[in-house]
Design a protein around this ligand. Structure first.
Ligand code: AGP
Length: 611
């Protein structure tokens, strides 16, 4: 999605803004632009199609733009093609009001018609130009930026993080947000705003998370917040504990490779934080044993990989805690009319905590009076703030669009939740509980072992990198790993891939298997391995080129497999944590070999804040 950055203070604004936009590149973009209040009171705007580098070169790293206050934007096209004309910032006719925007103004069409009737003309296809001219209209009516933004909020539908420069208020930035992320930071002598913390972390660790429909006024003296009635509101800031280096590549070729290798540490951090005296201590979540005994079922929802974590968790929670679990794709769940009794616990999983569909699903179930738990990585994000309880994963900043370490941190958090629920409901005895927690403690070491095998994965990747279709099959948790493996491969290698529950293949999909089609079988669940092997053999009979990923002690493998990857044995509930690493590496190496932009795959954005 788009990224916005703003700065006002005692330093030249443009280099700071460009630097911040660079940290938001992972959000995906196709054009970029910047606006700075110049020394003579004018607002200078520079925009460029393509990479941020183009804008950087045009402005000589920002040096060509003097001025101490400005806003910048990286655009991921929604309304109108990627072009310089459609790139942000957008402005009113007189160039006295200039804005950048992340999100979608859903009713931009009727708003535009209304403005046209009042004599406005438009130069771009964007909803942001409409937003800017709507602010202009209300500013001309009230002569007050706060009132203009309040009226904007009353009339605009959709999502927005909108930052505006008013020529009459040189040195100040006014911003408002609804359902699109926006953080504000301050230091002595400067104030910053951005779509995400890494953009400004180099300059400040004191961060305010703006709430929906709050207006913020930034000046050299700091940040002042207002509600839509124009009343000043007090807000507490959060001090970010991780440093700017955590969001840098640190010598790795790609963020994805770095983040894959950070997984043992991330899992270890999560376990160390939440396991106290050998027990899953989830007291921060405020889920009492009495409450957990009283619920009838669990619903897990999320999008993409977060949904896939839910699929793994479904098997584990049902098996250990003996309570029904449903997993729902958030973009579907939000539009259903689900039957809810109020005795469910709804778990919303989201790395960013800003995914529009997951947020909408959360709000939907809250309307039914159902208790919600957010499993989120980004501190202070919308989903974290709106859920009844929050379970923070300890993954640190994840930059690569393809999630790896956040997925692993979510998995291990769900294992802990499963243990907690199982214990509270008396579904698990003490001996087994202790065995499982010691198995969990061994996971980081075993993850390191899997990483050591990466050159074999790289070699196999080079052998199959030109194949057109890849199938991943498995049963139970191995099926859940298959869907994540397939998504990972698709999103960064652009190879068509399907994940199938192994037993479901012959109900139609097996007709797609041709001479040379790669079928990857996942075999970590001993009781199910033989069944999946039979399905692999069926594909071999139709010409498939097969590979397997199996736990060390799984002995039954299909003959004539072209590659066999092993992972250490562990309690089978947790094998997804090991298996997924091989599959992440597999997708990563294919993407590199095909010359793709690994961290910023085409058409994708890290944080999907629009529907
Ligand atoms: C995974 O590699 C994807 N980039 C994507 O599926 C992602 O998991 C999904 O968009 C959900 O994001 P969230 O966890 O931030 O809500």
């Amino acid at each position: 999605m788009c990224g916005i950055v703003g700065y006002t203070g005692g330093r030249q604004a443009a280099p700071i803004i460009l630097d911040g936009l660079g940290k938001l590149e992972y959000r995906g973009y196709d054009s970029a632009g910047i606006a700075v209040s110049g020394a003579r009171g004018q607002i200078d705007i520079v925009k460029a199609k393509g990479k941020l580098k183009v804008l950087d070169t045009l402005t000589e790293g920002g040096k060509r733009l003097d001025g101490l206050c400005g806003i910048g934007h990286t655009r991921w096209a929604t309304h109108g093609e990627p072009s310089e004309n459609n790139a942000h910032p957008h402005c009113n006719t007189e160039k006295t009001i200039v804005a950048v925007h992340n999100g979608i103004i859903e009713n931009y069409s009727p708003l535009k018609e209304k403005l046209v009737r009042r004599g406005y003309t438009f130069y771009s296809d964007t909803d942001t130009e409409v937003a800017t001219k709507l602010v202009d209209y209300y500013y001309k009516k009230h002569g007050d930026p706060l009132k203009a933004l309040s009226e904007f909020a009353l009339h605009a539908r959709g999502s927005y993080a909108l930052a505006v420069l008013f020529k009459d208020y040189a040195g100040e930035i006014f911003a408002i947000r609804k359902d699109s992320p926006m953080v504000v930071g301050y230091t002595d002598g400067g104030a910053y705003l951005a779509s995400d913390v890494p953009a400004i972390l180099k300059y400040t660790r004191n961060i305010y998370y703006t709430d929906n429909q709050e207006i913020v006024r930034l000046s050299q003296d700091g940040a002042v917040f207002y509600n839509l009635d124009g009343e000043q509101i007090e807000k507490e800031y959060t001090v970010i504990s991780w440093n700017a280096e955590a969001a840098e590549k640190g010598g790795w070729e790609h963020f994805m490779l770095k983040e894959i290798h950070e997984q043992p540490e991330v899992v270890s951090n999560t376990l160390n934080y939440y396991i106290q005296d050998g027990r899953a201590d989830l007291s921060e979540l405020n889920l009492s044993d009495e409450y957990l005994r009283g619920i009838d079922s669990i619903i897990i929802t999320g999008c993409g990989s977060a949904y896939h974590v839910g699929v793994v968790a479904q098997y584990i929670i049902e098996d250990l805690a003996r309570i029904p679990v449903r997993v729902e794709i958030a973009s579907e769940f939000r539009y259903r009319n689900p039957v809810l009794t109020g005795r469910e616990l709804v778990v919303v999983i989201s790395q960013s905590g800003e995914t529009a569909d997951s947020l909408a699903a959360l709000r939907g179930v809250k309307e039914h009076g159902v208790k919600t738990l957010a499993l989120v990585n980004v501190l202070g994000s919308s989903i974290a703030r709106e859920a009844d309880s929050v379970f923070y994963t300890k993954a640190g900043p994840e930059i690569s669009v393809a999630t790896t370490k956040a997925y692993s941190a979510q998995l291990v958090s769900m294992y802990l939740l499963a243990l907690k629920i199982a214990e509270a409901r008396g579904a698990i005895d003490g001996v087994y509980y202790n065995k499982l927690t010691s198995e969990l403690s061994a996971l980081p070491g075993k993850m390191k072992e899997v990483l050591e095998n990466k050159s074999a994965v790289q070699k196999f990747a080079s052998e199959i990198m030109d194949r057109g279709d890849v199938f991943f099959i498995g049963r139970g948790i191995d099926y859940a790993v298959s869907i994540e493996s397939s998504l990972k491969l698709k999103e960064i290698s652009y190879i068509h891939s399907e994940a199938y529950a192994a037993g479901e293949l012959k109900h139609g999909t097996i007709s797609l298997i041709e001479e040379g089609t790669l079928v990857f079988g996942i075999l970590t669940q001993k009781a199910l391995a033989e069944k999946t092997v039979s399905n692999l053999v069926e594909t071999q009979s139709r010409g498939a080129y097969t590979a397997v990923l199996a736990s060390e002690s799984v002995q039954c493998l299909p003959k004539d497999c072209k590659a066999v990857f092993r992972i250490p044995d562990c309690d089978e509930h947790f094998s997804a944590s090991l298996a997924v690493i091989t599959m992440q590496l597999f997708a990563y190496y294919i993407s590199v070999l095909r010359g793709n932009d690994v961290d910023k795959p085409r058409n994708l954005a890290k944080s999907v804040t629009v529907e």
